[in-house]
Design a protein around this ligand. Structure first.
Ligand code: PMT
Length: 417
């Protein structure tokens, strides 16, 4: 991956000592690292440790007359490609969630346009505390912020439970794109995810059970494979995957318009994992519909099909659809692939408990013109990595000049039809 300018924020917690190893790993991989420490962090580790490892002066104070001569906090905010706060204490999380800018680190976070990643670390009771969880909820809803971890396990205070900071190696791998196999390096990938909502009146709507987990996992995996990823997302309660541009939408019409705009700006691969409502109310009442003693009939009208519209473009990208079926899964999925003129379709049997809609796991079969591959039940995050490998391989195979992706591992159980 390209060299990055990473601002590492360190707040007060015993896990601060682990961040020294993170600086070492990042520097060894050729990244530029600057460190900002809060007063609490200085109580655990001396700034000199990070200065020696990063080769840069460590900043600790907002009101540092020398640094602020050159508007130091704004310079830092603009310099950073990414800000990672590790460990992120409960106090720091609370201050950031409420837009405070009362020390250097919160001020830089307020002034930056870079993605901000938080790696929480605290006692398990502090993590579970309702106020902390409300603050986490606020930050999760912020498209600039990603929250990585915490892990669960034995804690420095002797408790056991959630609150351990992710290990430096894990943070390093996520920040730099894991193994970064680069199968999609230089490619632009647009992914749709989540449900759509179709208004009946100002207080009611039609929707479905999609959580967005499958699409968000695909976006993360595509980014790790080196792609620039745009995620067109219906209303979900997931945080933006790190390094992925999220475009929120509500209705099927929004999903179509936003997807077409994303494809207009250049798209190599389009993956539609969203569960788009096929119908919307023919009219949306301006006022709340009052109930009466009678039954009520709702007239529905067809929604536009984003995937089919993208696939029909003269400059269509490599289009991949999903099919959520409850019976005759392969037959319906292949028919959809043919009707919508797709290059691939990924079929899931959503009648199986614990898989598909709104669950952490899924099991799928991918179909393409002359082959298919089945993936047994696995976590969506793991499955997404395999699917992205497979899609990258099929894309390379079908796109002159795209180069052959290295996917030996993922295609080892391929059953060509
Ligand atoms: O979000 P999760 O909780 O993680 O669940 C994941 C999932 C089950 C939603 C996902 O794996 C999945 O199957 N997504 C597609 C669901 C679906 O609506 O399938 P479909 O068979 O109705 O549509 C076929 C394809 O056309 C899909 O790629 C869909 O995104 C696309 N489509 C459908 C209708 C429409 N108006 N526009 C579309 O783009």
């Amino acid at each position: 991956m390209a060299q990055q300018s990473i601002l590492l924020g360190i707040t007060g917690g015993i896990a601060a000592y682990k961040s020294a190893e993170l600086v070492r790993l990042l520097k060894k991989a050729g990244h530029q690292v600057r460190v900002v420490m809060t007063a609490g962090a200085e109580a655990f580790v001396r700034p000199m440790t990070f200065q020696a490892l990063s080769g840069e002066a460590v900043r600790t104070s907002l009101l540092d007359p020398e640094a602020e001569l050159g508007m130091g906090h704004i310079e830092l905010a603009k310099w950073a490609d990414t800000i990672l706060v590790a460990p992120a204490s409960a106090d720091f999380i609370a201050r950031l969630a409420h837009g405070m800018a009362d020390d250097l680190l919160t001020t830089v976070c307020s002034a930056t346009e870079a993605p901000i990643v938080l790696a929480p670390a605290m006692n398990q009771a502090m993590w579970r505390n309702g106020r902390t969880q409300r603050n986490i909820g606020l930050l999760q809803a912020d498209p600039q912020i990603s929250i990585w971890g915490p892990d669960a396990g034995e804690q420095a205070c002797g408790d056991t439970g959630p609150g351990r900071m992710l290990e430096p190696e894990e943070l390093f791998a996520r920040l730099t794109g894991g193994a970064n196999r680069g199968a999609l390096a230089g490619r632009r990938v647009v992914i749709t995810a989540g449900p759509t909502r179709e208004a009946i009146d100002p207080v009611r709507y039609i929707t479905n059970h999609s959580s967005g987990k499958m699409g968000y996992a695909l976006a993360e995996a595509a980014r790790e494979a080196g792609a620039a990823v745009e995620l067109i997302s219906g209303p979900v309660s997931l945080s933006a995957p790190f390094g992925v541009r999220v475009r929120p939408v509500v209705t099927a019409a929004d999903m179509l318009a936003t997807s077409m705009a994303a494809v207009d700006t250049g798209c190599d691969i389009f993956i539609a994992s969203a569960a788009v409502a096929d119908y919307r109310p023919a009219t949306c009442a301006g006022q709340k519909i009052k109930k009466s003693a009678d039954d009520m009939t709702l007239a529905l009208t067809r929604n536009p099909d984003t995937l089919a519209t993208v696939a029909a473009r003269p400059d269509a990208p490599f289009t991949v659809g999903f099919a959520a079926e409850t019976n005759d899964v392969a037959r319906y999925a292949i028919a959809k692939m043919q009707q919508k003129h797709l290059r691939m379709i990924i079929a899931n049997d959503v009648s199986q408990p614990g898989l598909g809609f709104n669950s952490d796991d899924n099991a799928v079969t991918a179909f393409w013109a002359d082959g298919q591959q089945t993936f047994a039940a696995a976590a969506k995050r793991e499955l997404a990595g395999h699917l992205i490998d497979l899609i990258a391989a099929q894309y390379a195979r079908n796109t002159p000049g795209a180069g052959r992706a290295t996917t030996d591992e993922s295609t080892s159980n391929e059953e060509d039809a």
